[in-house]
Design a protein around this ligand. Structure first.
Ligand SMILES: [Zn+2]
Ligand SMILES: [Zn+2]
Length: 321
């Protein structure tokens, strides 16, 4: 489905079958003689078919099209290799480029998961959509960073670094139109997954700072990577901050009982998911949940509220003092 959401800006809903996210919003901005596509979908045929139909409906010439990728997750970047041409530039923050270009990434992730008590990280990594639906053969990336201009047609976009969801996550801001392409930084009604797996010291702390950063921008509408456009950014930013405040408190309450690994904390937190018990979660959902629990633990550790010790090669967290 293609909808013109602002003048010369089109939203294309690309399905993500058998994935709880359901779909991703890819956007196209029409310029005078070029197009800019923002995020793409996974590298799977169901995404490519819908994307090609949408691009055809808009009569887009891929030889005059560039790609802005908000972050390195496969639902945003996976299709770019199939769509780009020799004449395309693919804009991505260098920190996210480094993540996906790291040949040892999945081995390192499995090692980290094991150290945090995850019982079967090899299966989780094997089934991870970020691994299964990435491209074969990396495109050359054009690095973009904070403040870099990205003019297209009537719009003068600027890159805004918003680390947290990934270390190199970026939004695109247009000050005249007061719109923000937000990738997975701000979503509604789902909450962005903040994961402790990707090597950031305090991803949740970075994410909360990035929320405050965007709160200071004059934004009328957020165009997010999933679900609906967000007409009242400050309300949603407040809700996301409150969500994490409550989650941090929940983790502290769990740790007051006994010291635990991140995996144990995750198994005892409440999750908004259609499984009655932790043991029924598919391994991929346990993976995302444990990564989310870990980001909260890292934030509590970095702010001095909890500490860790090692026992038989596993990190265990307990309340400070
Ligand atoms: Zn993402
Ligand atoms: Zn996403």
């Amino acid at each position: 489905m293609v909808t013109e959401v602002f003048a010369d800006i089109y939203r294309m809903e690309i399905p993500l079958p058998r994935n709880p996210l359901r779909a991703i919003n890819s956007y196209v901005v029409r310029g005078g003689d070029r197009w800019l596509v923002i995020d793409t979908g996974m590298n799977r045929s169901e995404c490519l078919e819908v994307m090609r139909a949408a691009l055809n409906a808009l009569a887009i010439d891929l030889h005059r099209t560039d790609f802005f990728i908000t972050h390195c997750h496969s639902d945003h970047i996976g299709l770019v290799s199939a769509l780009k041409t020799e004449a395309s530039q693919v804009f991505l923050h260098p920190r996210d480029a480094a993540l996906i270009l790291n040949p040892n990434l999945w081995g390192e992730l499995a090692g980290a998961a094991r150290a945090h008590g995850f019982p079967d990280p090899d299966t989780a990594v094997e089934q991870h959509p970020g691994r299964r639906y990435l491209f074969r053969g990396h495109p050359a990336f054009a690095a973009r960073r904070e403040g870099d201009p990205l003019p297209i047609g009537q719009y003068a976009f600027r890159c805004v670094e918003t680390p947290g969801h990934t270390p190199g996550h970026m939004c695109l801001y247009e000050p005249e139109a007061r719109i923000l392409f937000a990738g997975d930084h701000i979503l509604d009604p789902i909450t962005p997954n903040i994961s402790g797996w990707d090597g950031q010291a305090d991803p949740l702390g970075a994410f909360l700072k990035s929320l405050d950063k965007i709160a200071a921008y004059d934004v009328r509408t957020i165009l997010p990577g999933h679900r609906h456009l967000i007409p009242d950014p400050l309300r949603r930013i407040g809700e996301l901050k409150e969500h994490h405040r409550v989650r941090l408190q929940e983790v502290l309450t769990l740790l007051a009982r006994e010291d635990q690994t991140a995996y144990q904390v995750a198994s005892r937190m409440t999750w908004n998911i259609n499984y009655a018990r932790w043991g029924e979660f598919p391994v991929s959902q346990q993976w995302f949940a444990t990564g989310e629990a870990l980001s909260h633990l890292l934030h509590l550790e970095q702010t001095g509220r909890i500490k860790r010790h090692w026992e038989e090669g596993k990190a265990r967290f307990s309340l400070s003092g």
